[in-house]
Design a protein around this ligand. Structure first.
Ligand SMILES: [Fe+2]
Length: 259
């Protein structure tokens, strides 16, 4: 047995869909209730679907009974304020797990590289069922900011930078890619993130939206990239030393921040 995966991801592991006319919709995300998550303070989430419909963001595997990232339950207080966002998450007709709006405060390129992580979306996902991938629909207009994808965490040559204008729609195998967002600001970034189960419904949706597995990455000065990469290595080494001093193993910075 193996997981059901979308052919659209075979080549690169991501697809960029047709852009959405975000400006035509009300800014529903401004009315939602956001909850702090973990200790970072940089990131908050407004849950639209959670494990049991509660106003919380925990991974479904951290609940009792633990389960995989499927069969999310709508959070009434938030979906009442965001019927269009709910409809967009439902449009593919694929099973939905976690669905939320993320609020990300401005950061730097090196901070984004430090935050690179792989998601843990398929924990407890039964073999033979659909692989969980994630949709990122940018709501705020951040054309100078990037969704950063890397096949190899420490190899900038594998990096794809997708600009985040309002209405940008990307679906990513986030368990395959190291990913993070560089939000230049000065305002926070808002994005609808939905876990979908791969299968014929999602395939048809990707086809209908002309999912493109290639994106002409936005260039960055190589010296700037090298400098940021060195900074990340320094921070990771520093963190590893602190953990070693406490007698804990760990490399730091790589854990799924949403797990
Ligand atoms: Fe992630």
């Amino acid at each position: 047995m193996s997981y059901i995966r979308s052919k659209a991801f075979d080549e690169t592991g991501y697809v960029v869909l047709d852009s959405y006319d975000q400006a035509a919709d009300p800014a529903e995300w401004r009315d939602l209730e956001y909850v702090d998550w973990k200790s970072s303070g940089d990131t908050r989430f407004a849950p639209l679907a959670s494990a049991f419909g509660e106003m919380e963001c925990n991974g479904f595997w951290n609940h009792t009974p633990p389960r995989t990232d499927k069969d999310g339950v709508w959070v009434q207080a938030n979906v009442e304020k965001a019927p269009i966002l709910k409809a967009r998450a439902e449009e593919p007709g694929a099973n939905i797990g976690r669905c939320r709006v993320i609020e990300l405060q401005p950061n730097t390129y090196s901070e984004a590289l430090y935050n690179l992580h792989q998601d843990d979306n398929n924990r407890l996902n039964p073999d033979g069922t659909g692989w969980i991938v994630r949709g990122f629909f940018n709501l705020s207009d951040d054309p100078e900011s990037f969704l950063i994808l890397r096949e190899d965490r420490f190899d900038p040559d594998t990096e794809v930078r997708i600009a985040l204008a309002a209405g940008t729609q990307v679906i990513v195998d986030t368990q395959r890619f190291w990913h993070a967002v560089w939000q230049k600001g000065p305002e926070p970034r808002y994005c609808l993130i939905t876990s979908w189960e791969s299968g014929p419904e999602l395939d048809a949706y990707i086809d209908a939206k002309h999912g493109d597995p290639h994106y002409a990455t936005v260039p960055l000065d190589p010296g700037f990239v090298d400098h940021a990469q060195a900074e990340v290595r320094r921070r990771l080494a520093e963190r590893a030393a602190i953990l070693a001093a406490k007698g804990k193993a760990g490399f730091g910075g790589s854990r799924d921040p949403e797990a």
